[in-house]
Design a protein. Structure first.
Length: 236
């Protein structure tokens, strides 16, 4: 999910072609559960249609993601290679249940549709990730719509500054570009537009909701979020 969301434009790594970055134009509350990522939004059907690839040769969405079930405006998809689930719902509690398949869901491949060769290739081409690197990248996704109540930082769903700082206008760009790439323990990230790089670094290391055991180190060119032997370098 992180590789799809945070790669876009001419600087983006290959997962930018999945076109997941458009999800950051929606207002989404992220609610991570055990082995399940919940997106609470007023457009859950549109969001799920961007996550599950359509049944054609051009993969737009997460390779290997399949619709599992739906009920009303709640959709549950499962990632075939890992078994992890994603929920998109308009319910404020993020609950998912039911096995009803409304007409709007039938255009998406269901869980009994195997991965095609292109999806298998895309998954096999992804770089390896150390355990703590996976935690860092997952942390980017789960904190993409968070804000510090003391107003030190805010990620603003990656499209605006909730703190409305005077200098925010200088970061406003029509078509932001992003890059998140690396392998093993070493990962690098840069982007144009919102949010501020320091805000993302602070969201991952905040004493209240940051990743346990993470620490922040600053140098001339980047903020380094360190977790164990893994590092995410965020370009200033």
């Amino acid at each position: 999910m992180a590789l799809g969301l945070f790669n876009r434009g001419s600087i983006g790594a290959p997962p930018g072609k999945w076109d997941l970055s458009t999800l950051t134009w929606y207002t989404i509350t992220v609610s991570p559960r055990w082995n399940q990522l919940v997106f609470i939004t007023n457009a859950p059907d549109n969001v799920m249609e961007r996550i599950v690839p359509k049944a054609d040769t051009r993969v737009i969405g997460i390779p290997g993601m399949r619709l599992l079930r739906s009920h009303g405006r709640t959709y549950v998809a499962r990632h075939v290679p890992t078994g992890a689930e994603i929920v998109t719902t308009s319910r404020s509690d993020g609950a998912s249940r039911g096995v009803h398949y409304p007409p709007s869901a039938r255009s998406l491949p269901m869980s009994d549709v195997p991965m095609n060769r292109e999806e298998e290739r895309l998954v096999s081409d992804l770089p390896s990730m150390a355990r703590n690197a996976r935690r860092l990248l997952a942390g980017l996704v789960t904190r993409m719509s968070t804000a510090d109540p003391r107003k030190r930082w805010a990620t603003g769903n990656w499209y605006w500054d909730p703190l409305e700082r005077p200098e925010s206008e200088s970061r406003r760009v029509e078509w932001p570009e992003r890059r998140l790439w690396g392998s093993g323990c070493e990962w690098d990230m840069e982007w144009t537009g919102f949010p501020y790089p320091i805000d993302v670094a602070l969201s991952l290391t905040d004493p209240a909701i940051g990743l346990r055991g993470s620490r922040l180190r600053e140098n001339r060119r980047s903020y380094e979020v360190i977790l164990g032997s893994s590092v995410l370098r965020i370009k200033k």
